[in-house]
Design a binder for this molecule. Structure first.
Ligand SMILES: Cc1cc2nc3c(=O)[nH]c(=O)nc-3n(C[C@H](O)[C@H](O)[C@H](O)COP(=O)(O)O)c2cc1C
Length: 186
């Protein structure tokens, strides 16, 4: 089993991105052991605060990232970019620069939106940020779930669109291979 820690860029209770995360968890059963690293309790990043030592919530967050084999970020797109809460979490996680929880780590990204472009712009921005953090981001297959509200089961509101679930299988397969490569190199 591969240990995957996930981060969800949406803080919303009924978030479509949380549904996507649940679908990935369901589809990866038996391959991935997934845990969520919450970002909604992190203070706003401030170097003054950091200078006094990481706040407890930040320490817990960073430890969760460090304890996993790989990191999965599932995020909405806000104004053609990533949500502020996610950027805040990444800024905390990026420090100290040389030994950050993202440096040289395998990372995958995914996103869902009721819009048609499937969070393509926020993922492009997220890739750029992760490269700056020296993370190794899976190139593809990309998980861009557009019109997600049309892909849910009526009662449970779980993603039940067969093409999407099939695509998630390819994604899980590719990221598993990518992470295994790292584990072998260790
Ligand atoms: C501040 C804000 C900006 C948004 N900008 C975009 C956008 O640029 N592209 C897009 O596809 N959807 C945009 N949306 C719509 C979100 O995709 C939609 O609210 C979605 O449900 C958020 O993800 P969640 O369901 O996981 O919370 C925006 C929503 C908010 C609140």
């Amino acid at each position: 089993m591969i240990k995957i820690v996930s981060i969800c860029g949406s803080l919303r209770r009924n978030s479509f991105n949380k549904k996507l995360l649940e679908a990935i968890e369901q589809e990866s059963k038996g391959k991935w052991d997934m845990t969520l690293a919450a970002i909604d309790n992190l203070p706003l990043f401030n170097e003054d605060l950091e200078m006094g030592g990481d706040p407890e919530e930040v320490t817990v967050f960073k430890k969760k990232l460090a304890d996993a084999d790989a990191i999965l970020i599932v995020t909405p797109e806000y104004n053609s970019g990533i949500p502020g809460g996610l950027k805040n979490a990444l800024d905390w996680a990026s420090r100290p620069v040389k030994s950050s929880a993202f440096s040289n780590r395998p990372v995958a990204i995914a996103g869902a939106t009721p819009g048609s472009a499937g969070t393509a712009l926020s993922q492009m921005q997220l890739r750029q940020i992760l490269v700056a953090m020296n993370a190794n981001v899976l190139s593809g297959p990309k998980v861009l779930v557009g019109e997600v509200h049309k892909k849910l089961e009526a009662d449970t509101k779980q993603i039940n669109d067969l093409r999407t679930l099939d695509h998630l299988q390819s994604f899980i397969h590719s990221f598993t291979d990518f992470v295994e490569m790292y584990k072998k190199a260790e």
